[in-house]
Design a protein around this ligand. Structure first.
Ligand code: 1CP
Length: 347
């Protein structure tokens, strides 16, 4: 089992740490040759259903990089697939939905999830991992807005036009859709924590497409239902989205303990926007990891400087590892973060 005083848990709780913890969103992935070898031509969804394989894919980046957290190999759409929605993950594209959600008549397909039955392979993966890991396992789920966007658009989107049209034109349907998605995410995260995940992250990746007023009315209620519904379990809760600079103050009202920040807002500025009482996670631009060790290390040092004096900092990228990233660059960043001595970490 993970040590209870692991740096990741301590930083999330704004307790003093002897090194800044670091992990990378999408750390298990195509940038690792051992990942490409093991995954071969199998689909992401079939890998998620194979506990031995999913556990190994989770462990690979922990072994290679020595990161302070292991993110479960799964996907934000996995719980929706598990309740029978016709979603496929298309290589190079992402989740694609056979019949896009178009109105009240499509709500019935979003039945409640029974994690013990529907997520049996995921829980079996966690059972393997808790025996193997000496760092916390990070469970995760997709936030209602981000998941709804895939269902309504039928796949990845740039403008989120259909999603915004639905939320504004049919607010009652939107509310029902997002509260069903929130119930699924809450049950999923509760089951992951009870199976052994020590930290959870709610991915609201595309929330930055919303104005603050839209976020508050149409995304925050579902997100808050999930995060507040986890409070009795004690696992630190991280919320993250891309392009959320204008939303950070609202995200601080979501029930999260840790606010994930992308690279557009320096952490010291993000800290002022969220106010007291939160740890921050981030926020090296993943594109800079393509510019070589020297550039990436310099940028990582800048992130650490901007985080100096924050009550809790979890080093991460501002979004996921890009597939073309040289693993050597990520390894150098982990070493640099670990060698840095954080100061002023008093609660
Ligand atoms: O180490 C890890 O993080 C791997 C586990 C993981 C995670 C955390 C996968 C497997 N997916 C996710 C989360 C996820 N999935 C998010 C939130 C993180 C983020 O913002 O990047 C999102 C938005 C998705 C949806 C998704 N699945 C996309 C994005 C599509 C878009 O809208 O731009 C994509 C490309 C996928 C496919 C996917 N999921 C995971 C992997 C390894 C892959 C690549 C599939 C392949 O090999 O072709």
């Amino acid at each position: 089992m993970e040590p209870r005083d692991a740096a990741l848990l301590r930083a999330c709780r704004r307790q003093p740490v002897d090194h800044t913890p670091v992990w990378f969103m999408r750390q298990a992935g195509r940038s690792l040759p051992e990942y490409r070898r093991l995954r071969g031509d199998s689909s992401v969804l079939s890998a998620i259903k194979d506990p031995e394989l999913a556990a190994e894919l989770t462990l690979q980046p922990v072994r290679r990089y020595g990161v302070d957290g292991a993110i479960l190999f799964s996907d934000i759409v996995a719980p929706l697939v598990a309740i029978g929605l016709p979603i496929d993950i298309v290589p190079g594209r992402g989740p694609v939905v056979e019949h896009a959600f178009s109105g009240a008549e499509d709500l019935a397909a979003l039945r409640p999830i029974d994690p013990q039955a529907d997520l049996a392979p995921v829980l079996a993966t966690i059972a393997i991992l808790v025996d193997e890991l000496d760092v916390p396992l990070i469970g995760f789920a997709g936030a209602p807005f981000t998941l709804a966007s895939y269902l309504v658009e039928g796949g990845p989107s740039r403008s989120f036009g259909r999603t915004k049209a639905l939320m504004h034109a049919e607010p009652a349907v939107w509310e029902e859709l997002t509260s069903r998605l929130a119930a699924i995410a809450l049950a999923t995260l509760r089951a992951e924590i009870m199976a052994g995940a020590g930290v959870v992250q709610l991915f609201d990746s595309w929330a930055g497409a919303l104005s603050p007023a839209e976020y508050e009315a149409f995304a925050l209620p579902g997100t808050r239902a999930i995060l507040e519904g986890l409070s009795d379990l004690g696992a630190p809760r991280i919320v993250f989205g891309v392009g959320t600079g204008e939303l950070l103050a609202l995200m601080a009202r979501s029930g999260a303990d840790v606010i994930g920040v992308d690279w557009r807002v320096p952490l010291c500025a993000a800290s002022r926007r969220v106010g007291d009482g939160f740890a921050l996670q981030g926020n090296l631009d993943p594109a800079l990891c393509l510019a070589g060790v020297e550039v990436a290390s310099q940028a990582a040092s800048t992130v650490l400087e901007e985080a100096a004096g924050l009550p809790g900092h979890v080093f991460n990228l501002g979004h996921g590892v890009l597939p073309e990233t040289d693993p050597g660059v990520l390894g150098a960043i982990v070493d640099l973060v670990h060698e840095h001595t954080p100061g002023g970490r008093e609660t």
